[in-house]
Structures are given as C-alpha cells and as structure tokens.
Design a protein around this ligand. Structure first.
Ligand SMILES: [Zn+2]
Length: 95
C-alpha cells in the first residue's frame, strides 16, 4: 500500500458494544484494524510474544476537561504496536 493510499484508508468500526474499560475493546480493534498497527501497518502476529496496545488518538489526560469519555470512546481508540504507542505518547497535533 502506498503512503497516499494509507492516508485514505478508512477504518470501519464495527463494534456496537460499549464498555467503560477500554481494554475490553481490544478484540474489536484487532478485527476492525485487520490486526495491523494504525501507524506503521505492522501485523500483530509479527511481534509475538509482545502484545499490541490500545492507543488513545486524542490523549485522554490532556483533554479530559473537554471530553471525559475519551478514555473509553471507541472512536478514539487505535490499535497500535507497543513501539508506536510509546513513540506517540501524549503528543497530539491539532488539525
Ligand atoms: Zn506501529
């Protein structure tokens, strides 16, 4: 996949459940992201025995006064390999 195409790639979020513990969304994220990291496209099975993580696209701590659902809002959750999640941290670019 070319970078240009990757940018146009839309995640179809199929999860209709609502959890207050965002970790419970992990199997749904794995499916919706086709077992690939949202940032580097690595397959989750390629990094075994390490586990993929759940990244909050909009950092929940920075913006929790504005939106306190960010922690468990499925639309804010990204399936990410541990490397990308660590690199990203709480950086957030406003568009
Ligand atoms: Zn990654």
């Amino acid at each position: 996949m070319k970078y240009k195409d990757f940018r146009n790639f839309r995640i179809t979020r199929t999860c209709k459940e609502e959890f207050e513990d965002y970790q419970k969304y992990k199997p749904y994220l794995a499916k919706d992201f086709e077992h690939r990291c949202a940032y580097c496209n690595t397959l989750d099975s390629m990094i075994e025995p390490l586990y993929f993580t759940i990244d909050h696209y909009v950092p929940r701590d920075t913006f929790k006064e504005i939106d306190d659902t960010l922690d468990y809002n499925y639309n804010n959750l990204m399936y990410a390999c541990p490397k990308c999640n660590l690199t990203k941290g709480t950086k957030y670019e406003r568009k």
